[in-house]
Design a protein around this ligand. Structure first.
Ligand code: CA
Length: 364
């Protein structure tokens, strides 16, 4: 969203509030004055899961408060109304008005959507937000989802993830061969080409799969979320960094007809709230990861290790091939990918002399 549109939305909201106070229909939007909306929101997360599952809860609470109760949203965890990976279809069909999840779960149906969650070795949280809100990403996101009757809103970002939990040491490239790992999206395809077997599992099934040996390794998020699932009790080695998801953006999707039924002031409240929750989640994860990591560092049963450089170099090289092939075979991915990498080239030049240089200089 461009800043001028954001300000314009607020102005429209203020003007409509004035209309509502005067109890007259100002003719902007299809809703009648005082109309209320009761929506359902399905998600890909365990109910009220820290961070991920709380983001839609926080959106619901904030928009109800900001609208004086004119819009109420009931949030459902994965499996309560629809399974974790059927959020997109349920909202697209209009079975429910709203959903929250990650756009890379639409891989296979809408491959180009992966650019809006995470590209291996791609944008960080701050870079992705820069592209989305000011660099043209949001317009491409909306255009991609339009044929599915969906309006997407960036809503949350976990920041740089961890590489994951492994029950096998990864010392050399060959250690990836035969590795059965839960890893969704493009990262999974990269692992496959490195000789591993990627598996996609919803979060709620990860712990049991790892503990029973059905999988050798899993990535999930980072210290904060991984501790909630107890993954440190099911694997010994915790590798970093999360090359596969360097700053994955999460999304709210709203059925187009439901979105258009909202008057402009409620639309502004929903849109502004989603952006606020993106910022809020970054703060929550900065705190949550710091606190959880401090605890994990005390645990003698686990080892926190960097991936070997040769392993990262191979994964980076394969990632480049995978993304180039995606862009060569899917026209939407070609268009969105070009915009993504044009932005990243400039943003990373700045990141190199700001965040990266500063963190290296601070070095503690
Ligand atoms: Ca992940």
């Amino acid at each position: 969203m461009k800043r001028r549109e954001f300000v314009g939305g607020l102005a429209a909201a203020a003007s409509l509030t004035a209309c509502a106070q005067e109890q007259k229909d100002c003719g902007d939007g299809t809703a009648t004055v005082g109309e209320t909306f009761e929506w359902s929101c399905v998600t890909s997360w365990p109910p009220k899961f820290p961070g991920l599952g709380m983001a839609p809860e926080n959106v619901a609470t904030a928009i109800e408060a900001a609208s004086g109760g004119r819009i109420k949203v009931k949030v459902y965890g994965a499996g309560e109304l629809v399974p974790a990976f059927e959020v997109f279809d349920a909202v697209s069909r209009g079975t429910v008005e709203m959903g929250h999840g990650a756009s890379y779960y639409h891989k296979g149906k809408l491959d180009a959507a992966q650019f809006f969650t995470a590209i291996p070795f791609g944008m960080t949280n701050t870079e992705l937000n820069g592209w989305m809100y000011y660099g043209g990403g949001l317009e491409l996101y909306r255009e991609l989802y339009e044929p599915f009757n969906l309006v997407p809103f960036p809503t949350g970002n976990t920041g740089v993830q961890m590489g994951g939990w492994f029950n096998k040491e990864i010392n050399v490239i060959d250690d990836l061969k035969g590795l059965k790992m839960r890893i969704p999206g493009l990262g999974g395809e990269v692992l496959r080409r490195a000789g591993g077997t990627p598996v996609t599992l919803p979060g709620a099934e990860i712990f049991t799969a790892l503990q029973t040996g059905a999988i050798d390794a899993t990535e999930w998020v980072g210290p904060y979320n991984d501790s909630s699932f107890g993954l440190h009790k099911a694997a010994r080695y915790y590798y970093y960094p999360g090359w596969q998801e360097p700053g994955p953006g999460l999304e709210t999707i709203i059925n187009k007809a439901a979105w258009e039924s909202l008057p402009a002031d409620l639309q502004a409240i929903v849109e502004t709230t989603c952006q606020a929750v993106t910022t809020d989640m970054a703060a929550e994860y900065t705190n949550g990861n710091a606190m959880s990591l401090a605890q994990l560092q005390q645990d003698e049963n686990i080892e926190i290790r960097p991936f070997p450089q040769e392993v990262l170099a191979l994964l980076k090289s394969i990632s480049k091939d995978v993304v180039e092939e995606l862009m060569a075979t899917d026209p939407a991915s070609a268009k969105i990918g070009k915009a993504y990498f044009d932005f990243l080239e400039k943003a990373s030049a700045n990141s190199r002399i700001s965040e990266k240089a500063y963190l290296a200089a601070r070095d503690y």
